[in-house]
Design a protein around this ligand. Structure first.
Ligand code: SF4
Length: 259
């Protein structure tokens, strides 16, 4: 299977349970709840999306013929971003960033697999993280790609709308190490367990009470972005104070101005 990726970049996770952790983001092209075209938004199941997941033209994006090819590209992005002296903003996103990023990724070519694993240590907290997002990553993420990411040394996280099944494979959850589900009102929820349920708030038809009984390890409430962000943040703060099993998630990458 080939993979269509909008962008592949290294940054800090801005939201939810892994906030502040460095990660390669693999943003897959496409979503099953909106086409991504503005003219379709009012007819879409999900109407508040803040992400461009159309095409393959973002930094590091493209079509990858094999799982190994995509995992290798993700590893090169990780090495480029975590190499001392790497200036992410200038090298990956700035003018001429594609060429600069290509040059910055070259050190990866010198690392074979044992060196990669040794360089990142054995424990889960030290292994590099790849966050599979979108769009809806489960339209494309399959067991061979999870295995290829693992072989490259990554822990694999996913951020999904929860309407599609996890990859099938010999390991539970298709081998995915961290499952974050973000339910959307009007979309049937298929994934009802995981490491993190991250609910955009408020969403009429997707009230927190609908989900809090589900077997997730963590429950996050994240204020809906947009013109009413300040009001939504106040509402989320109030809800978390009144319902302490919920924790506030802020989009810290937006506050920091990083990808
Ligand atoms: S489900 Fe996620 S990616 Fe898809 S349209 Fe909604 S917010 Fe965007």
């Amino acid at each position: 299977m080939s993979y269509a990726v909008k962008e592949l970049f290294y940054t800090l996770q801005g939201e939810g349970g892994n906030t502040g952790r460095a990660a390669v983001f693999c943003r897959f092209t496409g979503c099953n709840l909106w086409t991504g075209r503005p003219e379709d938004r009012l007819r879409a199941v999900c109407q508040f999306c803040d992400t461009d997941f159309v095409g393959t033209d973002g930094p590091g994006g493209g079509r990858f013929a094999t799982a190994q090819e995509l995992a290798h590209a993700a590893w090169k992005v990780f090495v480029a971003g975590s190499t001392p002296g790497a200036d992410l903003a200038a090298r990956i996103r700035g003018p001429g960033g594609q060429q600069a990023a290509k040059e910055a990724q070259d050190p990866a070519e010198r690392l074979d697999l044992p060196e990669r694993l040794q360089s990142t240590g054995g424990s889960a907290s030290l292994r590099p993280l790849v966050v599979c997002t979108g769009g809806e990553p489960l339209l494309q993420l399959d067991a061979p790609l999870v295995a290829a990411f693992h072989a490259a040394g990554f822990l694999v996280a996913i951020e999904t709308n929860g309407t599609l099944a996890l990859p099938q494979g010999p390991e539970p959850r298709g081998g995915i190490d961290w499952v974050c589900v973000s339910p959307k009102a009007g979309a049937p929820l298929l994934l009802t367990a995981g490491d993190e349920l991250k609910l955009i708030y408020p969403q009429p038809g997707a009230e927190p009470e609908r989900y809090v009984h589900l077997p997730f390890a963590n429950f996050f409430l994240q204020p809906m972005d947009g013109p009413a962000r300040a009001e939504n943040t106040a509402l989320a703060v109030r809800y978390c104070l009144l319902h302490p099993q919920w924790r506030l998630s802020l989009q810290t990458h937006k506050l920091l101005g990083i990808p």
